[in-house]
Design a protein around this ligand. Structure first.
Ligand code: GKR
Ligand code: MG
Length: 431
């Protein structure tokens, strides 16, 4: 008898997860960051899990979406788009311009919907795979590699969150100069075997970040390096950096903000440019590809609307001779498993994907995923191949419930103001 794939229940659990004091153009990561865990239960008792951003604007959309999903089948994946379209988005939550504060590009209503849809799509795929006894990668057409490579994601970082702020401790130490970044890279390599490194820039004046890249190149010869200032530089500064260290970089990521500025940089340097900021929706592809603004698109299955859309994006990139890899924000193991499944099915993935996962000391899984030689083995168990730890989920949800609301919206500028009350997110270009 075939399994009854009808959705009978959908559980949404917002949580707060510990995050170290990582610095970026906007400020510093909060001590706890919001995520949303989605569980989809079918009539035959199978549960599928998904994960996405957990700020209020996403929760507001996830609740009506969950209502609409009940009674449908987890195999009706194409129908999710229509469901998402029915969910009303509060226009005060959206903006059509590239939003450097958010670090993830434009915030259109459709993009917010897709970011929510992605968690439901992953949960449905997980449930479907479990019901059929197939891994998610098989539902996407099958893996073409057994392990997916990730790059170490280096951040300038304080030793600890500001005194007096409740936070979990981490053992990574501070990294506020080239020596600190090299030491952090060494630990990443020791702990997880990474052989390529991405440095989050836009924090210190470009000369300091150039020095950090040089120090990395010297300490780790032959290891691919990337630098990502999240659009903080002018075209002129971007070109200067490209000129000085372009030869050491696999690519330069979002040096300048927006497609026209990226196109100007791309036209005047041979250094490949990657983005997770100016090509973040299907609507943005045409202008960026026509103007040759980017050579690598970093997909994020959350805001591209799931794993199947990520494959569609990969096909478009292939058609136009643009590379594809993956971007990451603070995330847990469900998202890492989802990224790994889809990445395993994309034949022309030629760059290690980004992941924040090593920075997360907490998870909602009974068993954390691990990096071996910088790679995650593609799970072959049914569904995503991960199991939810309900006690941990309750614990992290309790933290969210106990929060007075201050941490429920990720706000790196507000977190920075605790240390520096005069801080405002710098206007762009900053340098
Ligand atoms: O977590 O600070 C951060 C990152 O800057 C993140 O927000 C970005 O979305 O990692 C991302 C990136 O590659 O731009
Ligand atoms: Mg980036």
């Amino acid at each position: 008898m075939s399994p009854d794939l009808t959705v009978t229940d959908v559980r949404l659990t917002p949580i707060l997860v510990a995050d170290p004091p990582l610095l970026n153009t906007q400020g510093v990561h909060q001590p706890y960051t919001p995520r949303l865990i989605v569980e989809v239960v079918t009539a035959d008792g199978t549960t599928g899990v998904g994960e996405t951003y957990g700020d209020t604007k996403y929760l507001e959309l996830a609740r009506p979406f969950a209502e609409r999903l009940r009674g449908r089948r987890v195999s009706d994946l194409n129908g999710l788009t229509a469901l998402a379209g029915e969910v009303a988005v509060d226009s005060s939550r959206t903006s059509a311009r590239v939003d450097v504060g958010g670090l993830r590009g434009v915030q259109t209503a459709d993009k917010l919907r897709l970011s929510v849809l992605s968690a439901f799509e992953v949960a449905c795929l997980d449930a479907l795979g479990k019901a059929l006894g197939l891994p998610v990668h098989a539902l996407l057409g099958g893996k073409v590699r057994d392990a997916v490579e990730y790059s170490a994601y280096l951040f300038y970082k304080w030793a600890a969150h500001p005194e007096g702020v409740p936070a979990e401790k981490d053992d990574w130490g501070a990294a506020v100069d080239p020596a600190g970044i090299v030491e952090q890279a060494r630990r990443f390599k020791e702990r997880h075997g990474f052989t390529s490194f991405k440095l989050k820039g836009g924090v210190f004046p470009p000369e300091e970040e150039i020095a950090a890249v040089r120090a990395l190149a010297e300490a780790f010869p032959g290891h691919p390096l990337r630098l990502d200032p999240n659009g903080a530089w002018s075209v002129g500064t971007s070109l200067k950096v490209a000129d000085e260290i372009g030869g050491l970089l696999e690519y330069l990521e979002d040096p300048a903000l927006g497609t026209p500025a990226m196109a100007e940089v791309a036209a005047r340097t041979g250094v490949p440019l990657a983005t997770n900021m100016c090509v973040t929706t299907f609507a943005e592809i045409e202008e960026a590809f026509a103007s040759d603004a980017v050579q690598v698109v970093l997909s994020d299955h959350h805001y591209w609307g799931g794993l199947r859309n990520t494959r569609e994006l990969a096909a478009i990139c292939r058609t136009f001779g643009v590379g594809i890899s993956m971007h990451s924000n603070t995330h847990l193991g469900i998202s890492l498993a989802a990224m790994t499944h889809v990445a395993s099915t994309v034949a022309d993935l030629h760059h290690a994907c980004d992941s924040h996962y090593p920075w997360q000391s907490e998870d909602v899984l009974t068993e954390r995923l691990t990096f071996d030689g910088g790679k995650v083995t593609v799970p072959d168990a049914p569904g995503l191949g991960v199991e939810l730890d309900h006690d941990r989920l309750r614990f992290l949800h309790r933290r969210w419930l106990d929060d007075d609301g201050a941490l429920r919206e990720r706000d790196d500028a507000a977190a920075m103001r605790i240390a520096d009350p005069a801080w405002v997110t710098p206007a762009v270009p900053r340098w």
